[in-house]
Design a protein around this ligand. Structure first.
Ligand code: SAM
Length: 394
């Protein structure tokens, strides 16, 4: 049987397609292009001063700990693609906790100060609190702990909040797209009730995993009428509600611009009921634009990656579930760090060598997909090859 390269379209790698195309051996862990990084012959030691071709530093690392999720939100993992035939990554492909921690330590030497665990649904990864404990023990060169956080759909949070807190997690971001139970169940497409996510948020508050953020992806005509009820619910609490523009990530969600509700309109709608005032970002490169309720009832944010791209100060790197490094959420190819972390071609690589390889990759980075999106002709986009968000991490 000949071995042929699998398609980059995740649908083509699923088991049922391989029954039709009989020569394909599904190689789920090779679904996206990723070259093994080269090790530069000489490199400056990592000192946190690394910048890319646009002068952007490396500060934020997102680690996808699993490509599996128990929700099937149509904008992220639509059920007709991610069905029972879909082949998720085999366990042997996933980075181990030790490999993730080693990679994280090297990234910290290059200036990373914030680590977000994501996925897939990160709380589905067994013993995640062990990884949290290992990452919580890392220190910056100044001896400071990292800003360690996690994004979750909240479904398992009530059960896991205490263990995560005890292990050293500082805070959580919970995704919640509606308060209306019927709409929420339809959006997660697994009939999951909103009450259990709210219980998860309450548990996170109780154990001190704050400040908590709640992310709501707004899809015009689907849940935009939930904007005001969501704001009303979280107003007057320390929880920061953030409205995310529906994005053209991945290749499977059938994204259309007319389903995006621009953040400017979110702010306009909210202002009719609750006057808002803009506030300064907490730090350079913050994804959300912040607003406060004029009456002092708290803060909201909008993440406008479609209508107001924020590539100019993007300082985020993403490590996929199987250890591929991606430099942009909209990337089509990654860099196979796992090959270096796990020994490649009979060679073992030192931390210094891996740091040098990462340094070179970041120095060459010029990605700014969201800024270019508007200027791109429809037919020159690379949508069908884009990496899926559940794999790269949100
Ligand atoms: N399972 C976790 C969760 O639900 O938060 C973490 C992974 S999820 C991919 C991370 C975030 O990405 C969630 O807030 C989700 O709503 C958001 N997301 C996924 N697809 C999106 C899209 N097409 N546009 C905007 N946000 C999206």
């Amino acid at each position: 049987m000949s071995r042929i390269e699998p398609s980059r379209d995740p649908r083509a790698n699923s088991a049922h397609n391989s029954l039709v195309i009989d020569k394909v051996i599904p190689l789920a862990d090779h679904r996206y292009r990723a070259a093994v990084p080269s090790i530069p012959a000489s490199a400056n030691p990592a000192n946190g001063l690394l910048t890319d071709t646009l002068g952007r530093p490396l500060r934020d690392l997102r680690i996808s700990v699993t490509d599996r999720c128990n929700f099937r939100c149509s904008y992220c993992m639509p059920k007709d693609v991610f069905d029972k035939h879909y082949e998720f990554l085999p366990h042997s492909s996933l980075l181990s906790f030790e490999e993730m921690t080693r990679a994280a330590r090297i990234f910290v030497s290059h200036g990373v100060r914030k680590i977000r665990l994501t996925g897939g649904e990160p709380l589905l990864r067994k013993n995640l609190e062990v990884l949290v404990g290992m990452l919580a023990a890392l220190r910056t060169p100044d001896g400071e702990p990292l800003d360690l956080t996690l994004t979750t759909n909240g479904s398992l949070l009530e059960r896991k909040a205490q263990a995560l807190k005890d292990a050293g997690l500082q805070r959580v971001t919970v995704s919640l797209d509606a308060l209306d139970d019927k709409i929420f169940r339809r959006m997660n497409d697994m009939d999951f009730p909103v009450a259990e996510v709210l219980d998860g948020i309450a548990a996170a508050e109780r154990v001190g995993l704050g400040p908590i953020k709640v992310n709501m992806v707004v899809k015009r005509g689907v849940n935009d009428h939930e904007i005001i009820p969501m704001a009303r619910h979280f107003r007057g609490t320390p929880i920061v509600l953030r409205f995310i523009e529906y994005m053209d990530v991945g290749a499977t969600n059938g994204w259309r611009m007319d389903e995006v509700l621009p953040s400017a309109q979110v702010i306009e709608r909210l202002s009719t009921e609750f006057p808002l005032q803009p506030i300064d970002p907490n730090y350079p490169g913050e994804t959300a634009q912040r607003w406060r309720y004029a009456d002092g009832a708290g803060e909201i944010g909008v993440i406008s990656s479609v209508t107001q791209a924020f590539c100019h100060d993007c300082n985020r790197a993403r490590l996929s579930t199987e250890g591929k490094l991606f430099l942009c959420l909209f990337a089509t190819a990654g860099h196979d760090l796992r090959a270096l972390l796990r020994d490649h071609d009979g060679r073992t690589y030192s931390d210094e060598e891996i740091a040098a390889a990462i340094g070179l990759i970041w120095q060459r980075r010029g990605d700014r997909y969201s800024e270019l999106r508007g200027a791109m002709q429809a037919d020159e986009g690379h949508g069908e090859h884009r990496v899926e968000m559940h794999y790269i991490g949100g």
